[in-house]
Design a protein around this ligand. Structure first.
Ligand code: SF4
Length: 430
């Protein structure tokens, strides 16, 4: 008797085998990179959990950062973000060609296109429940609509947290009510009761992680910058948002990143022998960052010192009571995690973050990627230009899809940046 394959798992088996092969090659290397090795092991462990849940009918969720994943972690409920693996494995698959053939309009964010494509094509297993996100862009709501119109997902029970628009005390208190409704939904769905002591442990571990990440960032203020372009953003984001929240392995990895950077800082050494310029990348980094960072360093002696994905404006969560934990989670998830922080509500936070980063990190110029999905932010370019003029730093406004490197091909990107740097005497023209 042949058993029908479980929808979505074929792709996950592929991911698992790829991680295993990469890990095994790295272990054999005479100079293995311990941080990357630890990162890939965490990814592998996470995918193995997903496979186990799907194969053995254990409950698991589809969700997003910004939905207080600390709560499901405390309940021991595994969760996936539909697009994570598609982004992590983008260079090994033909998913970008796949989204072109999909019905989602061209001018939407690549993240949304990939999310719709993944569920339609059965590249993710069907979850037990879905925690949807109604923020920070309208496209997110449309994406969930597309999922519940899919035959395989139409019966998946779902819950959506209603976000407040502003960031005052009453907004966070309102969101606490939403988190309580989500807990009730999850308890009802899985029969698992939230253990508040376990939630305290998870939050305390994440508090530790954000403190170490912040320490790592403080060192990046030094001139020359002791770490490479986008270095903390890629890893920090992945291990704080996309694996089980509060995983002690993630805390160890943050410590490794800090120790590595600290060794150069103490020796008064920069990442580059000669640092010409320092860039703020004013958005998420998506999947376009690696070649861009490499080229800027090599060609222009320039480091992308900070970006919105690696910026860590996280506050310590008070774990003394149930209410203080939920209030802290409401603040963290509504007003601190990237993308939601800068795209929900009014333009103030976005501009204030740019000003603070430029001043604190001694930034020489700002790159605004003009991500195709961020029409809200593109509408704020006037404010951004004014802020940069007052700060005395040149601003480069691009147009790209940060999740689809084809939108602004590398040769066009380098041409634009060369002209910009030459005009403003930055990078190798300094
Ligand atoms: S990256 Fe921007 S456009 Fe894309 S889903 Fe997130 S908020 Fe929406």
């Amino acid at each position: 008797m042949t058993t029908k394959p479980i929808r979505g798992l074929e792709r996950y088996y592929e991911y698992r085998e790829r991680w295993k092969a990469i890990i095994s090659d790295m272990e054999k290397s005479p100079v293995p990179n311990p941080a990357l090795l630890a990162l890939f092991r965490l990814f592998l462990e996470n995918d193995e959990k997903t496979i186990d849940c799907a194969e053995n009918n254990k409950p698991f969720l589809s969700s997003w950062y910004g939905n207080a994943p600390e709560i499901y972690a405390a309940m021991g409920i595994h969760y996936i973000c539909v697009v994570d693996n598609l982004l992590a494995h983008q260079s090994f698959t033909d998913d970008l060609a796949g989204i072109d053939a999909n019905i989602v309009p061209d001018d939407m964010c690549g993240l949304i296109k990939l999310g719709a494509y993944a569920v339609e094509k059965g590249l993710v297993p069907t979850p037990t429940g879905m925690i949807a996100m109604l923020e920070p862009c309208d496209a997110q709501s449309v994406l969930h609509e597309s999922w519940i119109n899919n035959d395989a997902w139409k019966d998946v029970p779902y819950f959506a947290l209603d976000p407040a628009y502003r960031s005052g005390k009453e907004d966070f208190e309102y969101f606490v009510g939403e988190l309580r409704r989500m807990i009730a939904f999850l308890e009802n769905l899985t029969g698992i009761k939230l253990d508040w002591n376990r939630l305290r442990e998870v939050i305390e571990e994440t508090n530790k992680q954000y403190e170490i990440w912040d320490e790592y960032n403080q060192l990046r203020r030094a001139v020359p910058c002791p770490g490479g372009s986008f270095q903390g953003s890629g890893i920090g984001w992945a291990i704080s948002q996309h694996i089980m929240a509060g995983h002690p392995g993630a805390t160890d990895l943050f410590r490794m990143l800090l120790a590595d950077e600290e060794s150069r800082y103490k020796a008064n050494k920069g990442w580059l022998e000669k640092e010409n310029s320092r860039v703020l990348w004013a958005d998420l980094i998506g999947t376009v960052n690696a070649p861009i960072g490499e080229w800027l360093e090599k060609e222009h002696g320039t480091v992308v010192v900070q970006d919105f994905q690696g910026y860590t404006p996280y506050s310590h969560i008070d774990t003394s009571t149930e209410e203080s934990m939920l209030l802290g989670l409401a603040k963290r998830n509504l007003a601190e995690v990237p993308m939601i922080r800068q795209a929900r509500g009014n333009v103030d936070v976005f501009i204030e973050d740019v000003i603070r980063i430029v001043e604190d990190y001694k930034i020489d110029c700002v790159f605004f990627p003009g991500h195709v999905g961020h029409k809200d932010q593109s509408a704020s370019v006037g404010f951004l230009r004014e802020a940069c003029r007052e700060l005395g730093v040149p601003l480069l406004v691009l147009t790209m899809d940060i999740f689809d490197p084809r939108y602004l091909p590398m040769d066009k990107f380098t041409h634009i940046v060369n002209e910009f740097f030459e005009t403003h005497k930055l990078g190798k023209f300094k």
